[in-house]
Design a protein around this ligand. Sequence first.
Ligand code: FES
Length: 248
Amino acid sequence: MINHVTIEEKVQETPTVFSMYFRWEMKVMPGQFVMVWVPGFSEVPMSLSSTGERKCLTVKVYGETTARLAALNTGDRIYLRGPYGKPFTPTEGKKLLIGGGSGMASMRPLIDDRATGIIASRNADELLFADHFKEGQAICVTEDGSRGMKGLAPDALDKLNLKEFDAIYVCGPERMMYAIFQKLKGKDLNVEFSLERSMKCGIGLCDSCSIDGFQVCRDGPTFHIKALEGSMEFGKTKLLSSGKRVYF
Ligand code: FES
């Protein structure tokens, strides 16, 4: 069923990322996604960046639908169906959130006093939600060195004792996630990755989101690190919405 919601507030988070707040009574768990539609444009999958009574979508423009969303203002409607997919497994313990680019958006609902963040971006202006962490618990990593460590998200892992964390959550560009996977696999850590694939139905019918025989919309989008060991596709290849296979 498609629901419509009205944008209550729009916030520019970084030069290329904005958030839209709205009321929606549906129960959504962190890590689940919704299919977002605006008339005249294709649906796109997005995880919510706030899952309370007041919900939020945090959007980076990367195609026609997201460009249309960027042009909307408070009072305008957007259309949603869902929520779909498997949420992040919650923990009461210490957690590490690793977000690259706009990846921290889907993990923002997990940020609390027990959360440490590795927030990575090209430059200081594009760091997303770094200031939502408790003071001293955000490690910023920028490619140009304009804030925090100079480098990439996986470089920051060496600064931490990862065994301290009850859960590690990762979301961002797949090349970043795959580099983190390579560093953490086989280490008996509790790690979950949020994967992105082309989605059409969102409910396990069309197979556009398949990865190694799994369907990201139904079996994911969150996957435990053990489920990705032996994957022939994670970090290597994906299908575009046209059906063409491309390599990362
Ligand atoms: S989006 Fe159709 S099967 Fe996943």
